[in-house]
Design a protein. Structure first.
Length: 159
């Protein structure tokens, strides 16, 4: 592996670009999930995978449609995305990121708006796009806990 100053700097720049992409994703989600803007963070055939709870959506059009629904069902959210660990491939054209998510939000549960806590982790695959920008190849959300504040994760870890 080349350890030149230029390569080391390019690796650090890639890490920071991936971190900025994750934060842009979180800020957009916290702005009521604008579907077009969120889908543009992915490559054309990108994947957003929310597991059994929210499903797998392949391609920008499918990702857009998913966020269009999210926009109408989650009236408020705050993504606390922490402890990012980003590993850049030796060719400096792809990377893998792992993150933890703690997310308070307001959404409908059994027909009523409720305060909900989501605890999850992300596995992200990033690629360098044709214009040098970093984009998601895939984003996987692994839900650990999704519960109302009144029930809590001990009483009812999944709604």
């Amino acid at each position: 592996m080349d350890q030149s100053i230029e390569t080391r700097l390019a690796r650090l720049e890639a890490i920071e670009a991936c971190r900025a992409l994750k934060m842009k994703y979180a800020r957009l989600c916290d702005s009521r999930y604008p579907p077009v803007e969120l889908s543009e963070l992915f490559v054309e055939d990108g994947v957003w995978d929310g597991g059994p709870k929210w499903g797998k959506h392949v391609g920008r059009a499918a990702i857009q449609e998913f966020f269009r629904v999210a926009e109408s069902t989650i009236s408020w959210a705050m993504h606390y995305t922490v402890s990012g660990d980003i590993k850049v491939a030796d060719d400096l054209k792809s990377a893998v990121g792992r993150w933890y998510l703690w997310q308070p939000m307001t959404t409908e549960v059994e027909g009523k708006k409720k305060p909900v806590i989501l605890i999850a982790d992300y596995l992200d695959h990033y690629v360098k796009g044709p214009k040098g920008q970093w984009l998601y190849k895939s984003l996987e959300l692994h839900v650990q806990i999704l519960t109302t504040l009144e029930d809590g994760w001990v009483k009812k870890p999944m709604i």
